[in-house]
Design a protein around this ligand. Sequence first.
Ligand SMILES: Cc1cc2nc3c(=O)[nH]c(=O)nc-3n(C[C@H](O)[C@H](O)[C@H](O)COP(=O)(O)OP(=O)(O)OC[C@H]3O[C@@H](n4cnc5c(N)ncnc54)[C@H](O)[C@@H]3O)c2cc1C
Length: 430
Amino acid sequence: MKTAIVWFKTDLRLEDNETLVKAIAQSDQIIPLYCFDDSQFTTTSYGFKKTGSFRAQFLLESSQDLDNNLRQLGSGLIIVKGKPEVEIAKIAQQYKAFKVFAKREVAYEEKNTERLVQNELFKMRCELETFSTSTLYHAEDLPFSIKDIPDVFTNFRKKIEKESSIRTIFDKPLLINSPQIPEAAFPKLNDLDLKFQAIDSRAAMHFKGGETEASKRLNYYFFQTKKISTYKETRNGLVGADYSSKFSAWLALGCISPRFIYHELKKYESNFGANESTYWLIFELLWRDFFRFMFKKHQSKMFQASGINSEKEIPKAVSEKLLKNWVSGNTNVDFIDANMIELKLTGFMSNRGRQNVASYLCNDLKLDWRYGASYFEQQLIDYDECSNWGNWAYIAGVGNDPRANRYFDIQKQAVVYDKDKSYRNLWLNS
Ligand SMILES: Cc1cc2nc3c(=O)[nH]c(=O)nc-3n(C[C@H](O)[C@H](O)[C@H](O)COP(=O)(O)OP(=O)(O)OC[C@H]3O[C@@H](n4cnc5c(N)ncnc54)[C@H](O)[C@@H]3O)c2cc1C
């Protein structure tokens, strides 16, 4: 009897999950496993938690949904908590697994954890096999080697659009053969050193974790409301659920794959027509891919003050007072404060808001950008290491922005994007 473990991480889904499909194909029975990694719930050297309560809640919901969906197919999810290299090795030994199947990582810390797990498994002659499952374009289909990936997005996009294609999806398995999986023991927020925080009722959206909810949102945004057909015109909005797709949180935990979104979009386009808006969602998903591949190329540099641009002088000091005022929405710049309050009370902020508050921290307050990135890491429901640190480095001028010294004039931005002040009134007048 060949038993394999499927180690779920930020791929909490059954649809289009190559790791799961390959594990099923190569073994007689599988053990689905999720490890709440203690290191993800510590406080960083910047003074912020790695995971705040909004995202932890979303993660709990997502893993519970995965457990439910697995049980419907005859399996279930084993939940462990601790160091992955210890906990996964224990389960591998208990079930005499011949292999652990998992998603392949690109970012520095995640890659390190992957290596530690592999070393422990190696000691018991158990293999770790990984699969690239989080991007729209498969890593092996890129028209350049990793070291030659262009550092400028437009060059990356043009070549990839011309020379690569997007693979088809892996169908969700219909049945899974597993031994009796004991009822999953999910941690409570307290066990993760966190307290429940209710999302403010003014939130753009009340995100609920899991593949089931991700698929509902996609159906809503595409087929029920056809909002996708006006996405390009609305995407710079600030108020409400539908100015943008809001797919990010589900994408970050892998409750939905970008490739699945792409193929659903193609169905939508063949029924209701393609236009600039339908294309633009793919364009944005390409940004997501771009940052992932940049992390593969530049590795830990994206977490360093000078990023991939060692020439640029950047402030390394931080004024605690200025940082505190920025975090709590007390800068006296109303557009910045409204955005920071939204983030604090809901775990979400629009893309337009993120660009402005990040630029303000770097260019106006002149603080070390990594404090801002670290606060976002704690606070965002949709936190994703590559998209977050990549975008922050970009705005700080140490990443992939070909334009030196990009500056957001906050007052001007507020006038253009919040002309009638409805956004600022929503968050500042309470
Ligand atoms: C400073 C800063 C930090 C950010 N941190 C994160 C983060 O931690 N996680 C995250 O998912 N996005 C991050 N973004 C990108 C972007 O702001 C969010 O993806 C977007 O606001 C999420 O809302 P949406 O799903 O409705 O986006 P939509 O506009 O509907 O876009 C569709 C999808 O495209 C991708 N996308 C869109 N814009 C970007 C972008 N600039 N970079 C990478 N991917 C993009 C996302 O996966 C998004 O879900 C950050 C942007 C900035 C400027």
